[in-house]
Design a protein around this ligand. Structure first.
Ligand SMILES: [Zn+2]
Length: 252
């Protein structure tokens, strides 16, 4: 009798401890891996994470949501991966407001080619800036922020995929903006497209270097509007990748 009681208590204890060990916790910690302390260049310090489903290491300080960063990176990788553009290296990403501050507010994120390294501003600073629209279309703040991550991750993937080819900046930005807008919800993308007159897919004159610098959001809208109306999108991206697409005024 005592033996059965004891084994019952042990079983109960095991279940309680099991619940404590494997029970509810922040979803982000279940999915992504804490790797230690960050030593990334450009990082503001803090912890280093590895995304679970995409080859991205993230350095960030406290109060930043790793799941937001990793999910956005994964969306970008998935969007390009559908068309066969994949990274075989680990991309490092540092969440640092330095990227915004050093550029005088001109950059929310950047990709450093030589190091396969991405920097994006923090969600906190992003929210303070309060500009959550894409060329006149409101974009929910979380989607807007994720779009910044997706854009820079796409730069990293594309830059690796082209290897030593020197493509015009417009080709790089075309791919990055496509990944950015594809990371938005369907509802947001539909609102963006609803404002846009159809673009002829036969001409790439709207993707000039001048427009890219003078009005980057307009350039970004053009890329998405063009891409979704392109009949064979993956073969178009493959042609961009092989430098078979001529971007007029792409290197002005
Ligand atoms: Zn870009």
């Amino acid at each position: 009798m005592h033996g059965r009681l004891a084994s019952g208590l042990i079983l109960l204890l095991f279940l309680v401890l099991g619940a404590a060990c494997f029970g509810t916790g922040p979803a982000a910690q279940d999915k992504h891996y804490l790797e230690g302390t960050s030593a990334f260049a450009g990082s503001s310090g803090g912890k280093r994470w590895r995304c679970a489903d995409v080859s991205v290491d993230v350095a960030m300080g406290a109060g930043i949501r790793i799941d937001v960063i990793c999910d956005a990176a994964q969306k970008s990788a998935d969007a390009l991966g559908t068309c066969g553009l994949r990274s075989t290296r680990t991309i490092t990403l540092a969440v640092t407001d330095g990227v915004f501050l050093r550029s005088g507010g001109g950059k929310w994120g950047q990709y450093i080619t030589s190091a396969s390294h991405v920097e994006v501003l923090s969600e906190e600073l992003h929210r303070k800036l309060g500009r959550f629209e894409f060329h006149g279309t409101d974009v929910p703040p979380d989607e807007h922020y994720a779009g910044i991550v997706a854009h820079e991750i796409a730069h990293a993937i594309f830059s690796e995929a082209i290897r030593d080819l020197e493509l015009p900046a417009t080709a790089h930005e075309y791919v990055a903006y496509v990944a950015q807008v594809l990371s938005y919800s369907l509802e947001t993308r539909q609102r963006i497209l609803a404002r846009e007159p159809p673009l002829p897919t036969s001409s790439l004159f709207v993707f000039s270097n001048f427009l890219m610098v003078a009005d980057p959001d307009r350039f970004g809208i053009n890329t998405y509007a063009h891409f979704v109306r392109t009949e064979n999108r993956c073969s178009f991206l493959a042609d961009v990748l092989r430098n078979k697409v001529h971007f007029p005024f792409g290197s002005d």
